[in-house]
Ligand binder design. Structure first.
Ligand code: EPZ
Length: 424
């Protein structure tokens, strides 16, 4: 076990290379199940989430070789010549709930999939009803027994019109991957428009899938009989980019994020400017800088893309806890994504909750404290708070952080943060 210890109060100055997107990499890795040909994927971040996902894919029969042992990212060659197992067992799925993303591809490739229900997590019950209803619309027979999803389509999947009752990133990914090999045309109405879904769609198109309308209110897929060998580079991680930009905001420094692109960050950048942070786009990076000592309060509601991302809500709240005024932050995507609030309050923040609204009254200074990480983004908001707090902050259960942030301690330390891992 480890904890992270931070002595706060120092502005950050330096450069950080942004990783490949975790939330793009996971569904894109799953595409390897759709074909017996090779799929080379570059830029996969080294995270516990991607490690566990590769472990699951390997158990299903995907041969994986990592031909780039560089510190920063992985170049992987995946090939599922034969699917040797159609079951994603609970002991693997419980480690990584995004394992549900093997359901659609397994069903499309073999006509059968048995996947443990992923269960909930700290931020919510995380149901998968939209995933299952979509696969049924494609002709699958789906049942749930003893905590497992049983899905079968012995005669293959058939294209259909699917209207999502609400926007779901994961359900869009599963339906997209299942439909590329279905017979006929599939329309997905009200799909997720997240950049990671566009990235997934572009990877599938590079494999020969016929997909139109990515990023719009209707995606149209013309099923094909098979997919071909391909090589694809996952997009940069926009949530990691936003996290480090907010680290600059809370410490008052200047950080250049190499590999970051303005594309896909507009709603976040608008909020960043309104709180008083400047940014400068170069051809290979974005430079973030806090100009004055004042951080301005803000009213933000998390929404599906292109709205403000829920995955940056906790990090923004940490910054607003030392803003010059009252901020209103509404969480509209998950029912329990305020786990960071009690921990921030222990560090001296003044936050009141009313349902899915957090009323954040800025204080002059945060104080270091012993705090506990609960989920990926709540945990990193505690790192941000610790970077600004006086004295020392110790964060426990840091395994949550390593799920989604590659080299975060090393990255922050090279920018001047007094931060270290401590074995406990
Ligand atoms: C993806 O989760 C991301 N995870 C999440 O990032 C992200 O917060 C979320 O999308 C929203 O952008 C990955 O990509 C691996 P949803 P996902 O299906 O697909 C409800 C992180 O920190 N819903 O878009 O699980 C659901 O309960 C993680 O990197 C149903 O009701 O999110 C939620 O309220 C956290 N039925 C809302 O929809 C369903 O069948 C959005 O969930 C599916 C979802």
């Amino acid at each position: 076990m480890e904890k992270i210890s931070i002595s706060g109060g120092k502005p950050l100055f330096g450069k950080i290379r942004v990783s490949g997107s975790k939330n793009s990499s996971l569904p894109i890795l799953s595409c390897s199940l759709l074909t017996d040909k090779k799929l080379t994927i570059k830029g996969v971040p080294k995270l516990t989430d991607t490690f566990f996902f590769l472990e699951l894919l390997s158990s299903l029969g995907v041969n994986i070789s990592n031909i780039n042992k560089s510190l920063r990212s992985q170049k992987l060659i995946l090939q599922a010549k034969n699917i040797v197992n159609n079951k994603a067992p609970y002991d693997l799925v419980k480690k990584m709930r995004a394992s549900i993303l093997v359901l659609g591809p397994l069903l499309a490739r073999t006509g059968k999939a048995i996947v443990s229900l992923p269960g909930g997590c700290a931020i919510g019950t995380r149901p998968v009803d939209i995933h299952l209803k979509s696969l049924e619309k494609l002709g699958a027979v789906v049942s749930i027994e003893d905590g497992y999803i049983y899905a079968s389509a012995p005669k293959g999947l058939r294209g259909n019109k699917i209207v999502f009752p609400k926007i779901s990133v994961g359900a869009t990914a599963n339906t997209l991957m299942a439909s590329v090999l279905a017979k006929g045309i599939t329309e997905i109405v009200n799909p997720a428009k997240e950049p990671e879904i566009i990235d997934l769609g572009n990877c599938l198109k590079s494999m020969g899938a016929k997909i139109d309308g990515l990023g719009t209110n209707k995606i149209v897929i013309q099923g094909v009989s098979s997919l071909k060998e391909s090589a694809y580079h996952v997009m940069y991680d926009r949530i990691e980019t936003g996290t480090y930009a907010l680290a600059t905001a809370i410490t008052g420094g200047e950080i250049e994020l190499l590999g970051a692109k303005k594309e896909f960050l507009n709603s976040f950048l608008n909020v960043l400017e309104s709180i008083g942070i400047k940014y400068f786009v170069t051809d290979k990076s974005i430079i973030f800088k806090r100009n004055s000592n004042i951080l301005y309060p803000v009213e933000v509601t998390t929404e599906p893309y292109p709205g403000f991302p829920t995955d940056l809500q906790a990090q923004l709240m940490a910054v607003m806890s030392i803003a010059n005024g009252v901020s209103l932050i509404t969480e509209n995507i998950f029912e329990n994504r305020f786990m960071h609030v009690p921990e921030l309050i222990r560090m001296g923040a003044n936050i009141k909750l009313k349902g899915n609204l957090a009323i954040v009254e800025g204080v002059k200074k945060l104080k270091g404290a012993e705090v506990m990480a609960t989920d990926l983004r709540a945990s990193v908001s505690l790192i941000l708070a610790g970077l600004a707090a006086e004295e020392e902050t110790n964060i426990g259960r840091v395994y949550h952080i390593y799920r989604g942030y590659q080299n975060i301690v090393e990255n922050l330390r090279q920018c001047g943060a007094m931060i270290k891992r401590i074995k406990i």
